[in-house]
Design a protein around this ligand. Structure first.
Ligand SMILES: [Cu+2]
Length: 183
């Protein structure tokens, strides 16, 4: 008897997780609809983010990194259909990956998930503007633990480009990365 109840409980938990996952995916789509000054930002709530990253043991099909330039299956992102690149912020003062290749002119949506206990930011754009934390540079801020936020950027210049976290002290601790223009 108790074994059957255990099985039933497991099935209920599983369907709950699937429901949460679907809700999180819908949240990402809604978030990307908002546009301001040339780049768009979006995000999922903390609990939904945890459902995607923790309980499901992965990130689902909508949050995975698409093939990059030079990789099999690469399709350059466009403004209408940006290529998705998943970035992990932390644990500690690091991004993974720390170097990201993009094709000249393509639009990329960075889905940034914060791991560990620190709140991070993700700024992307011209390297000098990113280094200076210049106002108007594309970014998402206040990315809490297990939370995912996204920002879309079009690499239509010659570079160099970079990304960084400007939460207090993080950049100085080395929390930055490089965008490489491929092709
Ligand atoms: Cu940070």
């Amino acid at each position: 008897m108790s074994g059957r109840l255990g099985l039933l409980g497991g099935a209920l938990v599983l369907s709950g997780v699937l429901l949460l996952g679907a809700t999180a995916a819908a949240g990402v789509g809604l978030g990307s609809a908002g546009t301001m000054s040339g780049f768009s930002v979006g995000g999922t709530g903390g609990m939904m983010g945890a459902a995607r990253g923790g309980m499901m043991g992965g990130y689902g099909t909508t949050g995975s990194t698409a093939p990059g330039p030079g990789e099999a299956g690469f399709v350059a992102g466009t403004v209408a259909a940006p290529r998705v690149v998943r970035v992990i912020a932390g644990p500690g003062y690091s991004f993974s990956p720390s170097t990201i290749g993009v094709a000249r002119g393509e639009s990329v949506t960075f889905d940034v998930t914060s791991m560990g206990g620190l709140v991070h930011e993700f700024m992307v754009g011209p390297a000098d503007a990113v280094a200076a934390d210049a106002a108007g540079t594309a970014e998402v801020a206040d990315i809490g633990m297990m939370q995912t936020k996204s920002v879309t950027y079009t690499f239509d210049g010659s570079g160099p480009y970079a990304f960084a976290c400007h939460a207090t002290g993080h950049y100085e601790a080395g929390m930055r990365g490089t965008i490489t223009i491929v092709g």
